[in-house]
Design a protein around this ligand. Structure first.
Ligand SMILES: NC(=O)c1ccc[n+]([C@@H]2O[C@H](COP(=O)([O-])OP(=O)(O)OC[C@H]3O[C@@H](n4cnc5c(N)ncnc54)[C@H](OP(=O)(O)O)[C@@H]3O)[C@@H](O)[C@H]2O)c1
Length: 224
């Protein structure tokens, strides 16, 4: 299952997964899917969960590729002068609270035994230890909050589903609408398809001991 299937990385993930033979079904959900998923509306998340239950299929791989940097009320702040409570609240609603609600409704659907994965796309800029440039207060802080939620959920998940994995992933810089205004020369900018291929390779390689960690698109651990 891919949440945020309409996005640059999300749609590439759906295509890549569809081209692989390991899954009996690939389902993509977004605000524009037949059963719409809006992270700001928990009842829509419940409706998607009900849709999955109706299908009778057991979800084994769930990837949350939603997220927002600017627009829809969010600001990529350069200075504290631009801090705005409503914009900050919006970033937290989409980047941290929404994914937490996905965990609330979908982690209990993971099988009790055997490998299963819930991965959420975080961002390296959410690393507190790696923050050398400043800026992007809301995006950075909401991704840091997301990382903490991943870690916390992974501990709860391990108690009932010892083989399940819950991780945060940094996809690298990817050519999508989210990054278009910010991708700097000198950085490797991946195509969404390359990013999706790398993300799936990382998820494929993870073991239960990796649950609760934060990885980049090459599978390298990122400091919190
Ligand atoms: N691109 C990069 O360079 C980069 C770098 C680091 C991390 N990331 C992370 O990777 C993830 C995917 O980003 P992307 O580059 O693929 O961005 P994108 O193309 O802008 O896609 C963002 C996705 O999030 C969805 N979304 C936004 N608000 C939502 C809401 N309220 N409810 C449900 N869905 C919502 C969008 O749905 P709609 O189509 O309905 O708007 C879209 O599917 C994000 O978490 C981002 O922070 C990206």
């Amino acid at each position: 299952m891919v949440f945020g299937a309409s996005g640059g990385i999300g749609s590439a993930l759906v295509s890549r997964l569809g081209a692989q033979s390991g899954f009996s079904m690939v389902a993509g959900y977004s605000r524009s899917s037949a059963v719409a998923l809006d992270l700001g509306d928990e009842s829509s998340i419940e409706a998607v969960a009900a849709d999955v239950r109706r299908s009778g299929l057991e979800p084994r791989l769930l990837i949350d590729a939603t997220g927002i940097l600017e627009g829809e009320g969010c600001i990529a702040e350069k200075s504290w002068r631009q801090l705005d409570p409503a914009a900050m609240a919006r970033a937290f609603a989409v980047n941290a609270i929404g994914p937490a609600l996905l965990m609330k409704h979908f982690l209990p659907m993971l099988p009790r035994l055997g490998k299963s994965v819930f991965a959420t796309l975080s961002a390296r800029v959410g690393s507190i230890g790696d923050n050398r440039l400043g800026g992007w207060y809301s995006y950075r802080a909401s991704k840091s909050a997301l990382n903490q939620i991943v870690r916390t959920a992974s501990i709860e998940l391990r108690r009932s589903r010892p083989d399940a994995i819950c991780v945060a992933l940094h996809p690298g810089t990817v050519a999508t609408p989210l990054s278009a205004r910010f991708a700097k020369s000198g950085l490797e900018v991946q195509s969404p398809d390359t990013a999706a291929t790398r993300i799936l390779a990382v998820l494929d390689s993870l073991q239960a001991e990796s649950s609760g960690e934060f990885f980049d698109q090459q599978g390298r651990s990122i400091q919190w």
